[in-house]
Design a protein. Structure first.
Length: 338
């Protein structure tokens, strides 16, 4: 009887071990929204990589860009569900930190995608575009495209949100530095004193927000001739506002993202230049990193010399300028998403 009991226990142990070995590693993807093409492509990349690696992916998104509460609830769900890691594009990069710490304390690896947390080391790792460089490239291009007229530019700044998430601050400040404007506190936008800046307004990163923000800034100064936009949907909205007053052909619009609609807008002359980033790569690498954490306990390392893993950026324009490396819309189309 004793021998039979020991044999039964051993068999149960083997079955449990086999079940544990077969158990899929679960990863969570939490994006700002599930409608922006950037985050749609991010989800596609994460889903494909999870299937390739035999992992389970659970995807969550805020109702709108800025929906912090839904993202916190998603983190709590991922912890409760036994996920091994979270890929996160945070709407509020500071307020999300306590929830992220809760996940890390529970043993999950948390990787920020695209948008660094504030502070950046609140996440275990960050896979992102160099957003400051992305802004700097379009700022350099705009200044070079204007030539001597850059000294008298009237600039409208179409930012993301009043909470100033890091991605928005980095792009804004990069643009200003690239254009040759002294920035104040590099950790926030709106404190600059250069008279060329007409003002800042927020867009929520969508077309309707871009249109309204552009209208607000045109009410301050109808002669704005340079428009920085946080992303290409906001740029499309700004263009519509300018078109409604017959100024669509004499205002220079620059942006960041590199989605297929945005690259087409560069080709069509709606946007002068955009900085292209690669969300599919961010998400794919993030899923791989969670798998490695689950199996080996190893966290990803940043790009040497940077505080994050740089997934690359390229300036897309059909009007290249001296001193600013770029690709044309044909190549940008081959690399675009959405």
């Amino acid at each position: 009887m004793k021998k039979l009991l020991l044999t039964t226990i051993a068999g149960v142990g083997l079955l449990a071990g086999a079940a544990q070995a077969d158990e899929k590693v679960t990863a969570c993807l939490i994006t700002k929204t599930d409608t922006n093409p950037f985050f749609v492509k991010m989800k596609e990349g994460a889903t494909a990589k999870a299937e390739e690696l035999g992992m389970e992916l659970k995807a969550f998104a805020g109702k709108i860009d800025g929906d912090h509460e839904t993202q916190v609830a998603a983190i709590e769900t991922c912890i409760a569900d036994g996920a091994k890691g979270i890929l996160l594009t945070a709407s509020d990069t500071s307020s999300i930190v306590p929830a992220v710490q809760q996940a890390r304390d529970a043993g999950l690896v948390v990787i920020a995608l695209d948008t660094p947390l504030n502070p950046i080391d609140a996440a275990d790792a960050t896979f992102a575009t160099d957003n400051f460089l992305a802004g700097e490239l379009i700022g350099q291009w705009a200044a070079a495209a204007l030539g001597d007229d850059a000294a008298n530019a009237k600039i409208g700044m179409l930012d993301l949100a009043v909470s100033q998430p890091t991605v928005g601050v980095l792009r804004d400040q990069g643009f200003l530095q690239g254009f040759g404007i002294d920035i104040g506190d590099p950790n926030k936008w709106g404190d600059e004193t250069d008279p060329r800046i007409v003002g800042n307004d927020v867009t929520a990163g969508n077309e309707e927000g871009g249109r309204k923000a552009m209208e607000n800034l045109l009410a301050k100064d109808p002669m704005i001739n340079v428009v920085y936009t946080i992303n290409e949907p906001a740029a499309a909205g700004a263009y519509e506002a300018l078109k409604s007053i017959g100024r669509e052909n004499d205002v220079l619009i620059v942006s960041v993202d590199g989605g297929c609609p945005g690259v087409q807008n560069v080709k069509d002359g709606v946007i002068g230049a955009t900085s292209q980033q690669y969300p599919l790569m961010m998400a794919s690498l993030g899923v791989e990193a969670i798998k490695k954490w689950a199996e080996e306990g190893v966290k990803p390392e940043p790009t040497p010399g940077k505080a994050f893993f740089d997934t690359g950026v390229a300036l897309v324009t059909d009007k290249p300028v001296d001193g600013v490396e770029s690709i044309d819309t044909t190549e940008g189309t081959n690399l675009c998403w959405g």
